[in-house]
Design a protein around this ligand. Structure first.
Ligand SMILES: Nc1ncnc2c1ncn2[C@@H]1O[C@H](COP(=O)(O)OP(=O)(O)OP(=O)(O)O)[C@@H](O)[C@H]1O
Ligand SMILES: [Mg+2]
Length: 241
């Protein structure tokens, strides 16, 4: 496996809340790595550390062979980190098209002309071609999620970090998201995909990592991880609480 992203022994605490104690994993080239774990396990915190929003108290992050642990959000974005937010936050008073243009201009330093060209392609590809001129604030949940991914793609990322892009959607809408993730993968982008919907993890990922108690509890092929005694204990423990 050609490693794109390497996370080694990452830790972070908020006061006495030791959210991540020791987290390690590798993301391969053109791989979709699913991340599961109970509510409050620290999945979003991990994503915020990867993108530079939060600084870990220990550990190292290497991206394409370069140590990025001390790099800023902007630097990482320019190097090829893209992400979506758990709660989509588009510019509501801007159109779908304008929102995607912003991704290209600020995320990849494109001139307006190039950003527009890219936004045309991406909105078409993601299934928002007929809603380009809609205000983002008028979109339903599935289209907001689509827009989140489109905005992230506009910065031409090498890796994409998805925070529950399928959360809150119906089963047929989840299929649409699965198709989009497959398309992203076909374009050669590697993906870290946090999700509670286990069906999507089973069908849409190459490997799955379970995060619990501040650690990477188990990582492997989706079916193996889902059936592992570690995951069983983590979720059974959560049910008994
Ligand atoms: N900026 C912050 N300051 C202090 N505590 C924080 C901060 N961000 C997250 N936490 C705490 O870290 C813990 C993990 O939160 P996180 O949002 O990463 O969980 P999660 O695994 O994403 O959960 P969910 O599945 O519900 O999205 C929680 O106890 C949360 O309160
Ligand atoms: Mg979260």
């Amino acid at each position: 496996m050609n490693v794109v992203l390497k996370v080694e022994d990452i830790g972070i605490s908020f006061g006495s809340n030791h959210v991540l104690k020791s987290m390690s994993f590798e993301l391969g080239e053109n791989e979709v790595l699913g991340v599961i774990g109970p509510n409050g396990a620290g999945k979003t915190v991990m994503l915020n550390i990867l993108t530079g929003i939060l600084r870990p108290t220990k550990g190292k992050i290497t991206f394409l062979g370069e140590d990025v642990t001390q790099k800023t959000i902007t630097e990482r974005c320019r190097m090829g980190f893209g992400r979506t937010f758990q709660v989509p936050r588009p510019f509501e008073k801007m159109t779908v098209f304008e929102n995607v243009i912003v991704g290209g201009v600020y995320g990849d330093s494109l001139r307006e002309k190039e950003a527009k060209k890219r936004a045309l392609t991406i909105t078409e590809m993601i299934g928002l071609g007929d809603k380009r001129d809609w205000f983002a604030g008028k979109l339903g949940l599935l289209d907001r999620k689509r827009l989140e991914i489109a905005r992230a793609l506009a910065s031409n990322p090498k890796i994409l970090l998805f925070d529950e892009v399928a959360g809150g959607l119906t089963e047929s809408e989840v299929s649409d998201i699965l198709d989009i993730v497959r398309m992203v993968k076909r374009q050669g982008v590697s993906v870290v995909w946090i999700e509670h919907v286990l069906k999507t993890m089973r069908e849409g990922t190459d490997r799955v990592l379970c995060l619990a108690e501040g650690r990477d509890v188990v990582c492997g092929l989706p079916e193996e991880v889902m059936q592992s005694k570690e995951v069983h204990e983590v979720y059974l423990g959560a049910e008994e609480e």
